[in-house]
Design a protein. Structure first.
Length: 319
């Protein structure tokens, strides 16, 4: 009898403990649910400040193309404006603007923002891949922003450029550089086989002059001209220094886009060589047999391996 009573009271105590734990868990769950309801209230209030894209297009019909067709209209992309708040993803909540009859002071006019502020807005989404190094880049430091080159609602060329082509857009600032494309020898940009962005990343780069490939001018050039990369047994000093020592990559009236005609280009360095160091002018042409070096391929008739030689006897870069 004593053993039965002892077992009964133990069971009753255990049942009471379990009931107490379940009651505590229910109270905590209710409290958590209540907190969640309180936290969601501000979000619901913020959502009420948005007018919706249809309301925007009711007045701004001329802007409909950008939000219905194009990169920003791709709702399948969770980072696009179409997947979030539409027009108001960039321009901010517009309910007050709409209710005030279109008061411009109550909406964010992106084209009217300073360059750094408009760029900050764009890079809140465009912050990866080729845009990753925008902050602190040459254009960013010079107060050139995203809206200086791009227009979402009035683009004339891809990708949403304010001009029909890259060279035309770049020429609005870099006139002297783009004008070199009109010279006799030039990169095939004029023929639309290449563009400025073929070599440059205007949004930021680890290389000088916003070059896309490598960390030096040579690495950028040899990303295409791989046969000039080397290493060579006999290095030519200006080649190891930079390709632009001898070449103008944007265009030249000289053969192979050289910055000067040979032999005058060579004589900028080689003024005390075995050959006569005097300038090959018209007087030398008439009075010296060595003046034949001014015609044809000039120095390159003999020194053909001018970018470097792997021959054990290639010190003079001879063929």
């Amino acid at each position: 009898m004593h053993s039965f009573c002892k077992t009964f009271f133990r069971g009753a105590a255990l049942a009471g403990l379990v009931a107490g734990l379940l009651a505590s868990a229910g109270t905590a769950s209710a409290a958590t649910s209540g907190k969640a309801t309180v936290q969601q209230a501000p979000a619901a209030k913020a959502q009420g400040e948005y007018a919706g894209q249809d309301t925007c297009l009711g007045c701004h019909e001329d802007k409909a193309a950008a939000v219905k067709d194009g990169p920003h209209a791709r709702a399948f992309n969770p980072n696009s404006p179409a997947a979030t708040a539409g027009c108001e993803s960039c321009h901010g909540a517009g309910k007050a603007h709409a209710e005030a009859g279109g008061d411009k002071s109550l909406i964010k006019g992106i084209s009217k923002l300073p360059a750094n502020q408009s760029s900050e807005l764009c890079t809140s989404c465009h912050d990866r891949k080729k845009h990753a190094l925008w902050a602190g880049s040459q254009h960013d430091q010079r107060n050139v922003g995203c809206t200086s080159c791009h227009s979402v609602h009035a683009a004339k060329g891809a990708p949403q450029l304010k001009a029909k082509s890259e060279p035309e857009l770049c020429a609005s600032c870099h006139k002297a550089i783009v004008n070199k494309q009109s010279r006799f020898n030039h990169m095939p940009v004029r023929e639309s086989k290449l563009g400025c962005s073929s070599c440059h990343n205007v949004h930021g780069s680890t290389n000088m002059k916003l070059l896309k490939a490598g960390t030096t001018v040579d690495e950028s050039c040899t990303s295409c001209h791989s046969e000039k990369r080397g290493p060579y047994l006999w290095e030519h000093a200006p080649v190891a220094d930079a390709c632009v020592t001898c070449h103008d990559p944007h265009g030249s009236n000289n053969d192979r886009m050289l910055v000067a005609k040979a032999p005058f280009l060579c004589q900028r360095c080689h003024v005390t060589a075995r050959h006569p160091p005097t300038v090959y002018d018209s007087y030398a042409l008439k009075n010296s047999s060595a003046a034949n070096r001014i015609s044809g391929r000039s120095c390159l008739v003999c020194h053909q391996l001018i970018h470097g030689s792997n021959s054990p006897n290639g010190k003079a870069f001879l063929r």
